[in-house]
Design a protein around this ligand. Sequence first.
Ligand code: F6R
Length: 235
Amino acid sequence: MRIVKVKNYEQLSQMATDIIAGRIRQKQDLVLGLSAGSTPILTYQLLAQEHQQTGLDFSKTKTFNLDEYYGLSPTHSQSYRYFMEKHFFSKINLKKENIHFLNGLIKNPSKECQKYEQEIKKAGGVDLQILGIGHNGHIGFNEPGSSFNSKTRVVKLDRQTIITNSRNFKAAERIPQKALTIGIQTIMSAKEIILLAGKNKKRIISKVLKSEITSDIPATVLKKHPNCTIIVEMN
Ligand code: F6R
């Protein structure tokens, strides 16, 4: 696991953009694993700028998002699908059929999760996975205690995650207590991983670095990955 320390959020986002854009230029049909959340917002903006200004071409790129709130429709303003559409998909030339997302409204979630795993396999696996990290060390919505062998499934969100993410919901809205997420094993099968951590994540990142590999801090599993970079804002 490589650690790259950057001075500010702009540098973090520029570095992530350069890596992602570089991989797409090397392999047009790149399979890209994407994360929602506030951390990659500027990266998505910069990638969209690359598309508009330099013609970075997403027409063959396939994307798989990590997770979605269970119970939210793709058009709900707090769904991750809506978030990705707003910040990224609507600004680039990704083909609709190449966007893969877990459906938060699905009646039979375990079937949906199995289907997602199969779709990732059929695409040849994820080439580059972008991750954020929760204050409790979660990756995707794999909360503390998640098995390292876990695959795509429905999970109960951690109390801390619900509290942190409630900032995005209106007071009267019911905050989802569950989510669909790709598993830790699924994340680990990506060929390359980049985890983005802003300065608000300094504490959990230093915990990850100091700790042994443990499911109590899910992100520690990344130490076992052969090609994982953590870009962390340290100022
Ligand atoms: C989002 C996701 C989460 C977030 C994490 C950090 O798709 O899987 O693991 O990456 O909660 O979120 P932010 O960036 O909002 O601090």
